[in-house]
Write a protein that binds this ligand. Structure first.
Ligand code: HEM
Length: 339
């Protein structure tokens, strides 16, 4: 936990664009300069659609989604089609919307933390359960689905992804009127197939869980184990849940920072090293306000409602599991006594 990650510094030494071996073969071009990163993240010639991935890549090796044609989604579409989908999804999670939910977001944190007693490993349950509890609540999905959603999110990382996606899509389908799942359905064009709506909801659920889960562990460790101020932003900077952007590919040969890239070249941005926690440009994280609200809620609730909470292991002994590839890291265990 206390050892600095050597990767961002090593990358920065390699120049504004570092060419590295890609996990599925061939090269990957990693952008480490901030201005260049913002350009790349907004360049219409550098696309998200996995249809433009190197032809010899095994999608499983690099965690590629299906193509935009197979599964239209925020993370696979580009250009005007992506912008139209953003216009339907982004209003569900604006800062104003989230601020209106702040009391509820804190209440859910307090209720959940109050349910544990004795020494509890928060990474074993809380950090996974809490983001799902909040989002399913906002989606008006009955709370008895949280356990199933936790299982499916875990299965996304280490099991059969197809059945995990199906499970999360089935859970998304139970969203009642008055929640943002039903609202998304209304905001999309009327001819949008139900399957597609559910895939968008799956995308929100999984994107919200995997990132916030990791961030919560580091945040709680720092709240209880250090006297640092400015905890939420600083935690995200030091332990970026998404250290690299998702995969992008050149749709045509092009030049960046004087380097020639062929068509179908994989491009990543070192967003962790650059402190661009939620990305930039048209794919900027749609859930950033919700993630910040959840992290601030847990910080507030711990300080206010659990004044004698403490770590049950020395801060310096906490260990991270590093996922490798474009993934981030997560605390292995976080034993605490809440009060
Ligand atoms: C601390 C928590 C989070 C972090 C660090 C994070 C980070 C990011 C980053 C870096 C991107 C841009 C990826 C790229 O351009 O390649 C992104 C996109 C996205 N995030 Fe988050 N995220 C977090 C929480 C959430 C939450 C809570 C939700 C949903 C409620 C969410 C939903 C999404 C979606 C749907 C996209 C795709 C947007 C698009 O492509 O237009 N994220 N996130």
């Amino acid at each position: 936990m206390t050892e600095p990650d050597p990767v961002p510094a090593a990358l920065r030494e390699g120049g504004p664009v570092v060419v590295a071996d890609a996990p599925a073969g061939g090269s990957v071009w990693i952008v480490t300069d901030e201005d260049l990163a913002k350009e790349v993240l907004s360049d219409p010639r550098i696309v998200k659609d996995p249809a433009m991935a190197p032809l010899d890549w095994d999608p499983l090796k690099v965690g590629l989604e299906p193509t935009a044609a197979q599964r239209p989604s925020l993370t696979t579409m580009d250009g005007p089609a992506h912008a139209a989908l953003r216009r339907a999804q982004a209003p569900l999670l604006t800062g104003k919307r989230i601020r209106e939910q702040q009391d509820r977001i804190e209440e859910l944190a307090r209720d959940l933390l109050s349910s544990y007693s004795g020494v509890v490993d928060l990474m074993a349950d809380f950090t996974t359960r809490y983001p799902l509890t909040v989002l399913l609540d906002m989606m008006a999905i009955p709370p008895e689905n949280v356990d199933k959603a936790m299982d499916a999110c875990r299965q996304m990382l280490s099991g059969d992804q197809t059945s995990a996606i199906e499970a999360l899509m089935a859970i998304a389908a139970t969203g009642r009127e008055g929640g943002i799942a039903a609202e998304l359905r209304e905001r999309l064009p009327v001819d949008t197939p139900e399957e597609e709506v559910r895939y968008h909801l799956f995308g929100l659920i999984f994107a919200s869980q995997i990132t916030t889960d990791a961030a919560l562990g580091f945040l709680v460790a720092r709240v209880l184990g250090t006297s640092d101020a400015d905890l939420v932003e600083e935690t995200l900077r030091q332990h970026p849940p998404a250290p690299f952007s998702l995969w992008r590919f050149t749709a045509e040969p092009l030049e960046i920072a004087g380097i020639q890239l062929p068509e179908r070249a994989p491009v990543l941005v070192d967003i962790g090293g650059l402190g661009l926690t939620f990305g930039a440009g048209p794919h900027f994280c749609v859930g950033a306000q919700l993630a910040l609200a959840e992290l601030r809620a847990v910080h507030t609730v711990l300080r206010r409602d659990f004044p004698s909470a403490r770590l049950a292991a020395p801060y310096e002994d906490l260990q991270q599991v590093v996922f490798g590839g474009v993934g981030g890291s997560r605390l292995k265990e976080l034993p605490v006594v809440l009060g």
